[in-house]
Design a protein. Sequence first.
Length: 307
Amino acid sequence: MRRGIVRVLPLLLAAAGVAQAYPFGPPPSKTGAVAVAGRPAEPRCTDCHTGNPANDPSGSLELLDLPSAYEPGRLYTVRLRLTHVWDPPPIEPRWGFQVQAVRKETGDSAGVWVVSAADSYQVLPTSAQLPQFARRRYLEHTIDGIHAGQPGPAVEWALHWQAPPGDSGLVYFFAAGNSANGDNRSSGDYIFTEVESLPCAASTDAPRARSLPAVPELTLASANPFRDEVSFRVWLPGTEEVSLEIFDLQGRLVRVLARARYEPGAYILYWNGRNAGGVRAAAGIYLARLTGVEHPVIQVRRIILLR
Ligand code: HEC
């Protein structure tokens, strides 16, 4: 099961009636998204962070620097700003977020969240219990991504979103933020939500291709070293037959993540740290290798599995 810890821990905590630090970031699908294209509305962080109504007038959540329309394939840096004035201020405020981009036409994720090694963020798939959101991905803080101890009144996260490769129509952004009082209980915190939407820029003159690589490219899309799951971003400038495979340092094939013909675009592929038989691979260094058939490209990324 992917990300078992992330899902199971809050339940254990709830069952025990205790609150403890929840170091892995929020569980997925809690952005408070409205119902889109037949997909139901999502709950909010207030599922657990109880005690105060969402969007109290003492604060706000804003997505800043969004363009008025997205150009297909372009990488945007947007800022998520959480403002909240505490009265009285808590001893150790802690601030966190979860955000997603959704296509209006399908209700599924739009574009790709790009996480660099310097960011303390993670991209989560939805939990297996919520198949209606199976095609959604969530960007959120990890334990190092919270602004701990900062009194505010505002904190910001810089987020990198790559627009979908073609015209995907209107894209919604749904974000949730938590101004937590750091008392190690999920009650008494303040949850704020935000919705934005972006149309696609009229794109007949497509000047965008310049900034994108002309050959297939493999990059990491989540934190490395990793424990439960690692994700890769594969960029394909044209229709391409590619394989993405995991090898150990002895050159043995551990797992095939993809071996097929793909349309042009950016793809996110996940490895859950297990071999083809579903057995957890041992801790250590592995190589993720992208091989193209048409292009004689081979790209290798080194990943480190912790246990
Ligand atoms: C399934 C229950 C649950 C949900 C849903 C949930 N949280 Fe939490 N969260 C917790 C618990 C338990 C804690 C630990 C108590 C605390 O520190 O407040 C916590 C702590 C936090 C903290 C403090 C950081 C820390 O590690 O102590 C932040 C920030 C946070 N949550 C953000 C969010 C955001 C943003 C959402 C919605 C996108 C969310 N949480 C949804 C259970 C949950």
